[in-house]
Design a protein around this ligand. Structure first.
Ligand SMILES: Nc1ncnc2c1ncn2[C@@H]1O[C@H](COP(=O)(O)OP(=O)(O)OP(=O)(O)O)[C@@H](O)[C@H]1O
Ligand SMILES: [Mg+2]
Length: 425
C-alpha cells in the first residue's frame, strides 16, 4: 500500500468517502479493504461476524465488478482464499466468510443478506438510491461500515455525500490526486496535463468536483497559422440526410448541409486547411468529395457508418471510376457516444493547447466560429445533448468524426498520443 492508501485504511471511521483521481489506486485499495474486512471475526463495535455476514463489493454493474475486482482479489488474496464461485462472483475466505461482487444496476441482487461491510467503487457513476434504500439498512445489524470511492463527475450525488458528512463523527472524507500514487509514471501525468483541457485534467487527475462536465469549445482558442511541413492528410465527411425527393427519377435531394473536413495530422497539431460545406444532392456530394481528395491526397476518407453512407457509396464508386481517383474510404463508427461528447473529446483539449490550426481569412472560418459559439454557449448552459444534435450540421466543418476516424479512444485523445499515430493501414 502506498502512504495515501494507508492513511485511508488506517482511519478508524465507520464510513469513509474517498474522492481520488484516475489511477490513484482506488480499486487496489478496495481489494485490500475487502480482504481485511472479510478476515475479521469481530468488528470495532464488538459484534461477532459469522459466516452469515458477508462483505460486498459494488460497482455500477456486475460485469464491471468482475472486470475490475475478480483477478485482483484472487491475486492479493492468495493464501487466504478457500474457494471461488466464478459465475456468481462469490469468493469464500479461509475463515468461511464471503466476499460478494455486485452491480448497483441490479438492486434486487443486493437485498436479502446481512452485510458487515460494503465497498462502493466508481460511486460517482452509480445510482444514488442504492445506498440509502438498500445497503444502509442491511449494515444495521452489526453496525457495519462502508467505503465510498470514486473519481468526481461534477456536483452529483457523490459530491453531496462528500460534503454532507463533513462534520459527522462517524464519517471521514479524503481527497487525493493521481500523483499521490507513487507507482505511476510522472511523465505520463505531465503529458496528459499538457494535452488535456484544464477542466478535464482537474476532474480526472486532481479529483476536483468543481467541473461540470466542462465544455470549452471556445472559438477564441482556434489558432491561426500556416501549414506544418510534415504530416498526413485525412478527410472526414459528415453527410447530410438525403431524401428521395422524386421517386420516379430516384434522385436524392439533400435537406441539410454536408460537410467535408480536411485535416493534416502532424506532430505540432491538427491543421485544417479547408472545410467544404453546402446543400448538395447525393451525386454532387460524391463529386465534391472526390475532387477534394484529388487536391489533398488523403491517407483515408472517413464517413460515418450508416444509411447516409450507404446512400452515398454507389455514387462514390461510380464517380471514382469515371474520374480515375480511388481514395481509401473508411467507415467510421462512434461507439454509441453522443455527438456532442465526441466533438468535445476530440477537440477541447487540442483547442486549449493551441493544437488546432487554421489558415487565416478562409471563408469557412466564420461559419465554423459561429457553430462553435453555439455549441460553446449551449454547453455552458448545460442543455441536454439532444437539443444540440437536433441543430442541423452542428459539426459542419468539423473533423469531429475523426475521433473514431483516427481510431481514437478517449484517453488517447486526452493524452494527445493519437495525434501522432493517426491511423495507418
Ligand atoms: N499499493 C499498490 N501497490 C502497487 N501497485 C499499486 C498500488 N496501488 C495501485 N497500484 C497500481 O496502480 C495502478 C492503478 O491502480 P487502480 O487500478 O487500483 O487505480 P484506480 O484508481 O482504481 O484506477 P481507475 O481510475 O482507472 O479506476 C495499477 O496498475 C495498480 O496495480
Ligand atoms: Mg478503478
Amino acid at each position: 500500500m502506498h502512504p495515501a492508501q494507508m492513511e485511508i485504511i488506517n482511519s478508524p471511521k465507520r464510513f469513509k468517502v474517498v474522492a481520488a483521481g484516475r489511477r490513484f489506486g482506488k480499486s487496489y485499495l478496495s481489494a485490500v479493504t475487502l480482504l481485511v474486512e472479510g478476515l475479521k471475526s469481530v468488528n470495532e463495535y464488538g459484534y461477532k461476524l459469522g459466516v452469515d455476514k458477508v462483505v460486498y463489493y459494488v460497482s455500477p454493474t456486475f460485469q464491471q465488478s468482475k472486470d475490475i475486482m475478480w483477478k485482483l482479489l484472487k491475486q492479493l488474496g492468495q493464501g487466504v482464499i478457500d474457494s471461488v464461485l466464478e459465475n456468481t462472483g462469490v469468493l469464500r475466505l479461509v475463515n468461511g466468510r464471503e466476499i460478494h461482487l455486485k452491480g448497483s444496476d441490479r438492486p434486487d441482487t443486493l437485498r436479502g443478506v446481512g452485510i458487515s461491510y460494503v465497498v462502493l467503487d466508481e460511486y460517482a457513476s452509480m445510482k444514488p438510491n442504492v445506498w440509502e434504500e438498500i445497503l444502509r439498512p442491511t449494515l444495521a445489524d452489526v453496525k457495519g461500515g462502508a467505503l465510498f470511492i470514486g473519481t468526481p463527475a461534477g456536483k452529483n450525488h457523490f459530491y453531496k455525500l462528500f460534503t454532507a458528512h463533513a462534520k459527522d463523527k462517524d464519517w471521514s472524507t479524503f481527497s487525493y490526486k493521481t500523483v499521490d500514487n507513487p507507482f505511476l509514471d510522472k511523465g505520463e501525468i505531465k503529458n496528459a496535463k499538457n494535452t488535456m483541457s484544464r477542466a478535464t485534467f482537474k476532474q480526472e487527475f486532481e479529483a476536483s468536483f468543481s467541473v461540470q462536465g466542462g465544455s470549452t469549445l471556445n472559438p477564441e482558442n482556434l489558432v491561426e497559422g500556416s501549414e506544418p511541413s510534415e504530416g498526413t492528410y485525412y478527410m472526414a465527411v459528415d453527410p447530410a440526410g438525403f431524401s428521395e425527393a422524386d421517386a420516379s427519377s430516384s434522385k436524392y435531394a439533400s435537406h441539410d448541409e454536408t460537410a467535408i473536413a480536411v485535416c493534416k495530422v502532424s506532430t505540432s497539431g491538427w491543421y485544417v486547411p479547408d472545410i467544404i460545406h453546402g446543400r448538395w444532392d447525393v451525386r454532387e456530394t460524391a463529386i465534391r468529395i472526390l475532387r477534394t481528395a484529388q487536391t489533398y491526397r488523403p491517407a483515408a476518407i472517413g464517413i460515418e457508418k450508416g444509411s447516409l453512407k450507404n446512400a452515398l457509396m454507389p455514387y462514390l464508386q461510380d464517380t471514382m471510376l469515371r474520374i480515375g481517383t480511388f481514395p481509401n474510404i473508411t467507415e467510421v463508427t462512434h461507439g454509441g457516444q453522443k455527438k456532442i461528447e465526441r466533438i468535445v473529446w476530440a477537440l477541447q483539449g487540442r483547442l486549449e493547447h493551441g493544437r488546432i490550426i487554421v489558415p487565416p481569412g478562409k471563408p469557412f472560418l466564420d461559419k465554423l466560429k459561429d457553430q462553435m459559439s453555439d455549441l460553446f454557449s449551449s454547453a455552458l448552459q448545460s442543455s441536454p445533448a439532444s437539443t444540440l444534435s437536433a441543430s442541423p450540421s452542428i459539426t459542419a466543418g468539423w473533423p469531429a468524426l475523426s475521433t473514431r476516424f483516427f481510431n481514437l479512444t478517449k484517453s488517447e485523445v486526452d493524452s494527445g498520443r493519437a495525434t501522432i499515430t493517426g491511423r495507418e493501414r
